[in-house]
Design a protein around this ligand. Structure first.
Ligand SMILES: Nc1ncnc2c1ncn2[C@@H]1O[C@H](COP(=O)(O)OP(=O)(O)OP(=O)(O)O)[C@@H](O)[C@H]1O
Length: 237
């Protein structure tokens, strides 16, 4: 396989807003078919890193390169999305369809997958937070891409939909798609990840396979790893 399956390279990337540096030099190599999770507390830099990867924000230095031949490089689910309240899920997806190679059958399949089939003609303004979040998920899944990027995807989802979301991730990686996601709710995503990057104050403080990280910190929860990293940084006693 070309590039040994390398699909995304982040090289020496930094980000500052004015004088405030929010991301310190970061290198990542992400491969085909893996699920990579960016974890960390509030303000750690997860969304910043995702915005840089998606091109929404420009890095202050460094380079980001996708190795994909697909027309659309990635599907993206932002951390929140304000869809026009008057539109229905079908109308939203028909709009997105104009930008990607998707069919009406694809739209139907995705609406069923995210559990919005029965309400596909209802106005999004009448939806709960979790239902609106599933419209957001649906638009990200619409394009056929090599990479899917989800920023805090489980926000607002109830336990049933967190489980369903994990199934969707598994299906994607089984199809050799790469999934990159961020979460501060570590338990949600730990078990589906192939590799985890733990960010702290704009730096990747730990990374690797979950079991290796657990072994290193002599624990079996990511929350515990996170607390130990905080202790190391003298944030808590
Ligand atoms: N547009 C901006 N201007 C100035 N500072 C910003 C901007 N966007 C983010 N920041 C700062 O960058 C830091 C990292 O923010 P980021 O949103 O990436 O964190 P996060 O890990 O996603 O946090 P959360 O879990 O709370 O969403 C924070 O200190 C934040 O205040």
């Amino acid at each position: 396989m070309a590039n040994n399956g390398l699909i995304l390279e982040v090289k020496n990337v930094t980000k500052s807003y004015g004088k405030k540096q929010v991301l310190f030099p970061t290198d990542l190599s992400i491969y085909k078919g893996e699920c990579v999770v960016f974890c960390g507390g509030n303000g750690a830099g997860k969304s910043t890193l995702i915005k840089l990867i998606t091109g929404i924000e420009k890095p202050s230095s460094g380079t980001i390169h996708f190795h994909t031949t697909k027309k659309k490089w990635f599907g993206y689910m932002p951390d929140h999305m304000n869809f026009p309240k008057e539109l229905s899920p079908v109308e939203v997806l028909n709009y997105y369809k104009t930008f990607v190679d998707a069919s009406f059958a694809d739209i139907d399949a995705i609406l069923k997958k995210v559990g919005l089939w029965d309400v596909r003609h209802q106005k999004i303004g009448s939806f709960s937070k979790g239902m609106a979040q599933r419209v957001n998920l649906a638009q990200a899944l619409l394009a056929d891409c090599d990479v899917y990027i989800f920023d805090e995807p489980t926000n607002g989802l109830d336990p049933y939909w967190v489980i369903e979301f994990k199934k969707i991730i598994k299906e994607l990686t089984k199809e050799w798609k790469t999934v990159i996601l961020s979460s501060h709710i570590m338990r949600d995503v730990a078990e589906i990840s192939d590799r985890i990057f733990i960010l702290f104050e704009g730096q990747v403080k730990e990374s690797g396979n979950l079991q290796d990280i657990y072994a290193k910190y002599n624990t079996n929860t990511l929350e515990d790893v996170f607390l130990k990293l905080l202790e190391k940084a003298n944030i808590v006693a």
